[in-house]
Design a protein around this ligand. Structure first.
Ligand SMILES: [Fe+2]
Length: 283
């Protein structure tokens, strides 16, 4: 094994150990929130189930408050007849433990009745096509980033809820990337729609899928862009760019903890190996 690979492995296992210790005492008596985020999940294949098993393993060690499902929840066309294979079975342990899920709609999800059946499916925890969720010190702003979304209404709503939010941590979730080094790359149209709005209101993190890889950006105008599209769909190669802090094409998900002073992002692959860890400072 090359020296560099060995060093990377050693530092990853040391980080895993320190994360486990930190996590054991974390949540009591504060607004601290821990959640998992994963997207492009709905394949119903063994990769999705392997990721789901590792998500459950994290919850057993460090209980999470909720799971964010970042769209393309049911391939290929949002057919609820596939809900068992694409959702209930892969996440059975988390669902049995009562962990709430909150989903957004991906491009594949709207191919059946424009995604309405998923919005109405209670275990997806959707209050609408776009909605917010407040937990402790965290507020999640869940968007419909599809081209046919009600953009005028949604942007009006987003301006209002971001402006009135008192949450120290503001996280926006949409299926499509804004900054990405993956297959689709940067999305100028979404940057124009919500980039400045997120900056103005102190959003720290944007989470998306659509790209079938993991990527964490360097902060761009104060915002970290986190791609968690390794949830089960066929992976695509990624070529890291200057804006990447970590980019890897592997089946994976993120574990995010929002504490009083900092937000920690860890990412795990489908074998339970730590593939990323970073701290996002409060703005
Ligand atoms: Fe997609």
């Amino acid at each position: 094994m090359r020296r560099r690979q060995l060093l990377q492995l050693l530092s990853a296992s040391a980080m895993a150990a320190s994360l486990a210790v930190a996590g054991s005492t974390a949540l009591a008596g504060s607004g601290r929130v821990r959640f998992l985020a994963v997207a492009d999940t709905g394949s119903g294949n063994s990769h999705q189930r392997a990721v789901g098993a590792q998500m459950a393993a994290v919850h057993r060690q460090r209980p999470v408050d909720l799971v964010v499902l970042g769209g393309d929840n049911i391939y290929p066309s949002g057919d609820m007849a596939l809900i068992n294979a694409t959702f209930q079975r892969p996440y059975a342990e988390l669902l049995a433990a009562g962990v709430p899920f909150h989903a957004v709609l991906g491009n594949h999800d709207i191919r059946t009745a424009n995604g309405d059946p998923q919005v109405a499916y209670r275990p997806f925890g959707m209050k609408g096509r776009y909605y917010s969720v407040r937990r402790g010190d965290l507020e999640l702003f869940m968007l419909d980033t599809n081209g046919n979304a009600d953009w005028a209404g949604q942007l009006r709503w987003l301006r209002s809820v971001l402006g009135s939010s008192t949450a120290p941590w503001k996280v926006v979730v949409g299926h499509h990337p804004i900054y990405s080094s993956g297959y689709y790359g940067n999305n100028a149209s979404l940057q124009a729609k919500i980039g400045a709005l997120m900056q103005r209101h102190g959003v720290q993190l944007y989470i998306n899928g659509h790209e079938h890889n993991y990527e964490r950006s360097r902060p761009i105008d104060g915002i970290t862009y986190l791609v968690v599209g390794g949830g089960g769909a066929s992976l695509r190669p990624i070529l890291p760019t200057d804006q990447s802090a970590r980019a890897i094409s592997t089946y994976s998900f993120a574990e995010i903890e929002a504490g009083p002073k900092e937000l920690t992002v860890a990412a795990w692959d489908s074998k339970g190996q730590l593939i990323d860890r970073a701290v996002v400072a409060r703005r």
